[in-house]
Ligand binder design. Structure first.
Ligand SMILES: Nc1nc2c(ncn2[C@@H]2O[C@H](COP(=O)(O)OP(=O)(O)O)[C@@H](O)[C@H]2O)c(=O)[nH]1
Ligand SMILES: [Mg+2]
Length: 245
């Protein structure tokens, strides 16, 4: 079988202090290309990404985290990726886990793999604040119930997909904000793709986390709204093209 083309995409926003470390810890020999999409950062993210020799695309206006990922995935598919790994460039996730992230996809076991911080006590020992652990657990329980899954978390910034998944879900219809990540999981369920997870460690420090309680609360509400849309779509109450009807 032909070796699959693996592309790592990094949705970047003010990542000048962390992008190099994040990139350099990706193990050699597994990744064919790294694409950085800069969402109108006000720091030297673009300069550093280009110096590292990474393909760098610049949004001249800030589109938001979901808007950034839309560009990431369109570019990766245009470049002929078979497997796409989304990695936050904020050094919060362990880049060394990329090979383990893509293995279940290469083996054909899953279409989408989430790097979970909540499978072990990794979140706590990595310094994740208690209120974030609580919110994560609460939303995860609700999402598991509604989506009939048994995942340990849905909110990670380390994800991998196969190209069929990204080609078949209408991710363009998703939000330009943080809830984009939840919408893609719901799409995996509604379009019948298989989701798996592996355990990844996490690190919390100033540059790794900018989400304050107010922003997180809004994200929680939009996540619940997304679940309501899924239920309405599943039971034919309302049609959502985003979820396949
Ligand atoms: N494109 C884009 N990305 C953003 C924006 N704000 C944050 N991010 C990125 O979204 C990711 C998650 O944000 P982060 O602050 O790390 O959240 P946390 O780790 O969950 O607290 C990071 O990779 C940020 O670079 C934004 O306005 N636009
Ligand atoms: Mg972060």
């Amino acid at each position: 079988m032909k070796k699959p083309k693996v592309i790592v995409v990094m949705p970047a926003y003010n990542a000048e202090k962390t992008i190099e470390k994040t990139y350099k810890e990706i193990p050699e020999g597994y990744v064919d290309k790294v694409i950085v999409v800069d969402d109108a950062s006000r720091d030297r993210t673009v300069e550093i990404a280009r110096k590292l020799g990474l393909k760098t695309i610049v949004h001249h206006k800030n589109k938001g985290y979901g808007g950034n990922q839309k560009t990431c995935y369109k570019e990766a598919l245009k470049e002929g990726a078979d497997i796409i790994v989304m990695l936050h460039p904020d050094y919060q996730y362990d880049s060394k886990k990329v090979p383990q992230m893509i293995k279940p996809i290469i083996d054909g076991r899953y279409d989408m793999v989430l790097g979970s911080r909540m499978m072990s006590d990794g979140a706590r020992s990595g310094g994740m604040p208690i209120w974030k652990i609580f919110g994560n657990r609460l939303l995860t329980a609700l999402e598991n119930l509604v989506l009939n899954l048994n995942l340990s978390e849905y909110h990670t910034g380390l994800r991998a997909y196969n190209k069929e998944f990204l080609k078949n879900i209408p991710f363009e219809l998703n939000s330009d904000d943080f809830v984009f990540d939840q919408e893609t999981v719901v799409q995996a369920v509604s379009f019948g793709f298989k989701i798996g997870e592996i355990s990844v460690p996490t690190r919390y420090f100033k540059e790794a986390s900018s989400i304050n309680p107010k922003r997180a609360f809004k994200y929680g509400l939009y996540t619940i709204l997304t679940l309501l849309k899924f239920v309405a779509s599943k039971y034919g109450i309302k049609k959502y093209h985003q979820f396949g009807n």
